[in-house]
Write a protein that binds this ligand. Sequence first.
Ligand code: 9MG
Length: 285
Amino acid sequence: MSGDRVRRRRNILKDLGLGRRTLVMAILNVTPDSFSDGGRFFDPPAAVAHARRMIAEGADLIDIGGESTRPGAERLSAEEELKRVLPVIEALRSDSDVAISIDSWKAGVAREAIAAGADMINDIGGLRLDAAMAELAAETGAAVAIMHMQGTPQTMQKDPTYDDVVEDIKIFLRESIERALAAGVDRDSILIDPGIGFGKTLEHNLEILRRLREFSDLGVAVLIGTSRKSFLGKILDVRAEKRMIGTMATVALAVREGASVVRVHDVREAVETVRVADAICRQGS
Ligand code: 9MG
């Protein structure tokens, strides 16, 4: 597929009102083994029905992923990943204008997803795991979320170590932003994400959330994903499906600390949470 054929003209983040209000990115895991929703949406019709419910609840973006990113998860081939995500993207695109993000670190998967109608790439590899990703974003005009991870999903929770967790992640993200800009991606099509739970201890995650405002120094909007993550389980001692209230506490505080996009499972609750948080924090903006 040539770049011209897949290039989308609109800046999806601007169209969605990035910066004027907090955007809600809804998680759609088309995997058999997601830790947080138990693989309930592995079947494409079930995934599409769930996406439609989340759109009705007010999701701004649907983030569709076919490869599990939980700690220790096995890598999947690009072919298998595409078999999982493409039918869902195609079905949604056939009757909806909703913004779609492809959750993949593989440029080959992202390219096919964009050709099928995705507007954005959510790259947990921070433009580092696949060297072709930055060029793909530039060529297609897709927005890109650049996430920090220490190691890979296979290794990331084996003794994560930082000098200063926020400063170290900022160095990584600054370099990835430079990589994207050098490839020709527009600055306002880039989101950065410190990657809660990706090579971080409980204390690292809490410090990142406490100091989230410091990431705004990098000059691009911040996305944060805390939804149902295990650090909440450590604090609350509850299993993944019971972490919604804890998630909403982090969502409200993240908005307070400058987050522009929140990535969540519980869309209706998040939409109400950000609406109230925005009314408090974005007065006059
Ligand atoms: C795919 N995925 C899982 N957790 C995530 C997070 O925190 N941020 C982003 N961007 N993607 C995530």
